[in-house]
Design a protein around this ligand. Sequence first.
Ligand code: SF4
Length: 349
Amino acid sequence: MLENIYNKTLDNEITPEIALDLVRSTNQFQLFDTSDNLRKTIVGEHVTYVVNKAIDITDHCIIGCKFCSFRNSENYQMTNEDIFKSIKEAKSEGATEICLFGGITKEMDINYYCDLIKEIKDNYDICLHALSPAEVFQTAKNSGITTYDALKQLHDAGMDTMTGASAEILVDSIREQICPNKLTTSEWVNIIKEAHELGILTTSTIMYGSIESWKDRIEHMFILKEIQEETHGFTEFVPMTFLGENNELGKISNGATGIEDLKVHAIARIIFGETIPNIQVSWVKLGLRMTQVALNCGANDIGGTMFEDKISTAAGGGFGGYLPVEKIKQIVTDIGRIPKERSTKYELL
Ligand code: SF4
């Protein structure tokens, strides 16, 4: 049966029903093996990584997601000088990418972001991977402009790529329970499509393991796949497991199990096939040992060195901080694969 799945994936014939059946009823190790074989065929033996730094501008936020442990955890707001200093440090460590995002406020409007982005791009030769559809949504609202205009201005100011964060689970009945004040599924999809239309590539993400079902996860992945077939604007898919420390949702959900974590990576490889060829493991969320295993279940990218990730650390990701390139190389060569630095847009460096 799984040989059939291998061929169906390469022929782009996997349906939501087949995917659901696979995660529910198939021998999990055969599933992982099939995904690993697909990974070999589609992207080969490289495990890519990016040298980057996450800068979370503020932990003030008006949205109040129930899975969030970051909001008001330190009650801070970085000044532009703080941000420039942080970028300078990242550059001296060899970073090629800055992930710039954070909480959502009513004060941060289009002028704030565009001035900040312009100043960064005028002074530093670095890829600016910034904001998410949720931040763009509120920025447009704060500024009385459309999300398309906001994206255009951000792009013109120098924002290179956008994060695909704030997707969580793209099923509104779940969003209403875990992030009722956040933009809806269709609003998220529209902003992503607008970004792609403007030539702003984005990542795609899922936050799984709280209260959603496998059916919801698969529905989410097929929404992403449909977008990619239309726009080709996603660079990668990043599964992020729910971490339940210090947040409301953690009181009612234990999070995903290890096997579920692996199955999410495996089924993503099968659903996305060659349509979204890069599947990332978030070492910050899964830890280094599980990261090695997930790289054998369909994944081919290890993400960034991430000098800081306050968001995951606040939610109990004890693995946050900085992963030196030497450690990445050790983890990757230890499983018989080839580590390779990449740019944000997946050009090999
Ligand atoms: S997850 Fe993001 S948008 Fe939601 S409350 Fe936390 S900081 Fe705000």
